[in-house]
Design a protein around this ligand. Sequence first.
Ligand code: SIN
Length: 189
Amino acid sequence: MSANTIDINRQRHRFDGRESVWLFGYGSLIFKADFPYLERKPASIRNWERRFWQGSHDHRGTVEAPGRVVTLIENPGALCRGMGYLISPDVFDHLDIREKNGYLRFSTTLTFDDGDETEGLVYIATPENTAFLGPAHERDIALQIASATGPSGPNREYLVRLAESLRELSAVDVHIFDIERYLEEHATD
Ligand code: SIN
């Protein structure tokens, strides 16, 4: 599958006159809300975990030197904490462009902190997309992040802002915090 998912996403969901849709964000969508929303509140989704396994050619790296950004990997029993946004369906015109480097929209169930559940959408970059990089040791991921930069800024900033946002959400994410620690150690080498 091509890494450019704009056209596929446009065909994927029919909003049929709906006024609003919940979107679950777990990466840059937590800390960079460059779109209008009606409501925003912390949420979690079950059976998925966050991993820095997606390559970024267009935001935090280049085709020659891709950065690494997060996607979700299926893992029964896992809980991924992030942010829920209630948005108007026309906001997907912007989001599909922003998330075009391999991310497809999927339906998911968001669970809010008060236990309420609702159906929504989430962008996931699956292993079939050509920008997918897959697993690597957290130390190696940190080294790649330390040297990558792209049109949206340094890859390091993406990691640091994500880790800060997760602490604000009281999320425990060992993978992310390990990469952050390796990145800090690398900076002081
Ligand atoms: C997300 O944040 O939900 C998707 C991945 C990203 O844009 O970083």
